[in-house]
Write a protein that binds this ligand. Structure first.
Ligand SMILES: NC(=O)c1ccc[n+]([C@@H]2O[C@H](COP(=O)([O-])OP(=O)(O)OC[C@H]3O[C@@H](n4cnc5c(N)ncnc54)[C@H](OP(=O)(O)O)[C@@H]3O)[C@@H](O)[C@H]2O)c1
Length: 338
């Protein structure tokens, strides 16, 4: 487990424990700064280890959540040493020979792996879990998605920044200068998630949502438009999705499809105040879907509100599910494709 001390890494270890993940030995890797730190793993204490050519030998599986630069450097080395890497960063996701997999959506893509498997972006992940049953039943021609993303998606330092700013506002004190985000996030909404790279007018997060959705659903022709915003929520991303289907699909049919879909929980009784919120999704593995309704401006479009825990299904839970699937499908160690 590389990045074991981070927001995603510690959630991965928690999810592994909850699911009684079968492993002879688990080694938490992090930076030199954390080496020697002890992590409580149920009955066992795990000692944090720094990455080195010697320390990475002998593993069947390596779960990575230490950012793109570490994945770029160390994932191939783990793969070379015989492990299958499940990587949470964006480093490998769009490579042709790297499967980008959501457990409930395209598990068969794992079969073609060549040592590295990519875990999708959190916002994309929760959205495609809800879209897949619709795609299978009625086809999807166009998707317009708008996200409202929690600060834990940026890591622990962003959680701390929101906390400090909120405290300062409530105590009527001078606000500390923003460090993680370009503007104050407490009591604000920022229409920027990640960066505007090379003068692009879409952010890198929005580009990921568009590209990754097409790759996971296996629909390169799918028309997708994304707007991603950061909101002062600790955990749980929300997505408003406008879905234009190929065939007619009523809100009732959509609700039935989603109620039967793996990994989805329909929470949709708005008249009684029932719809998903980030607080409802936090700590859960299901993607919560509500506000399913017809788009009055288009007779084959529906609107949905999709909420998921970005640290669990958006990262850790899917990574552990992929590890379990790799094992079940005989794709670890010697069995992996040459
Ligand atoms: N947060 C989310 O919702 C989310 C969702 C999906 C994907 N991701 C992706 O998951 C990755 C991690 O995100 P995060 O939110 O968990 O970040 P984070 O809280 O900042 O944690 C980063 C982890 O990487 C480790 N690390 C840093 N430098 C290292 C080095 N030189 N060698 C080994 N380990 C090193 C850190 O160890 P130290 O404690 O020793 O510094 C820490 O364990 C990112 O690629 C992110 O894009 C995050």
């Amino acid at each position: 487990m590389v990045g074991a001390t981070g927001a995603v890494g510690s959630t991965i270890l928690g999810v592994m424990r909850e699911r009684s993940f079968a492993a002879d030995k688990i080694v938490p890797f992090a930076s030199e700064r954390s080496a020697g730190r002890v992590i409580d793993y149920g009955d066992t204490d795990l000692s944090v280890t720094a990455l080195s050519d010697e320390s990475i030998q002998g593993f069947d599986l390596a779960l990575f959540s230490a950012g793109s630069a570490i994945s770029a450097e160390w994932a191939p080395r783990f793969a070379e040493a015989g492990a299958v890497v499940v990587d949470n960063s964006s480093q490998w996701r769009m490579e042709d020979d790297v499967p980008l997999v959501v457990a409930e959506v395209n598990p068969e893509a794992l079969d073609g792996h060549r040592g590295i498997v990519a875990n999708p972006n959190c916002t994309t992940m929760q959205t495609v879990v809800a879209l897949k049953p619709i795609l299978d039943a009625a086809g999807i021609e166009r998707l317009v998605m708008s996200s409202y993303q929690a600060v834990s998606g940026t890591g622990q330092k962003a959680v701390d920044e929101l906390h400090r700013q909120a405290e300062a506002v409530l105590d009527a004190k001078e606000l500390p200068a923003p460090v993680v985000y370009p503007h104050q996030i407490a009591f604000n909404v920022l229409p920027q998630v990640e960066s505007f790279k090379d003068g692009d007018d879409y952010t890198t997060e929005e580009r990921k949502c568009m590209r990754e959705t097409r790759k996971i659903l296996g629909r390169e022709e799918l028309r997708v438009s994304a707007t991603c915003a950061r909101v002062p929520v600790y955990t749980g991303h929300s997505v408003s999705a406008n879905v234009e289907t190929r065939d007619p699909l009523s809100p009732e049919e959509c609700r039935e499809l989603l109620a039967a879909a793996p990994g989805v929980l329909v929470v949709d009784d708005p008249a009684n105040g029932l719809y998903p919120t980030p607080l409802d999704a936090a700590g859960r593995d299901e993607v919560l879907v509500g506000r399913i309704r017809r788009d009055p401006s288009h007779d084959r479009s529906l609107n949905l509100w999709i909420v998921g825990d970005n640290l669990r299904k958006g990262a850790a839970t899917n990574a552990v599910q992929l590890a379990e699937l790799l094992h079940v499908r005989g794709l670890l160690g010697a069995a992996r494709a040459a």
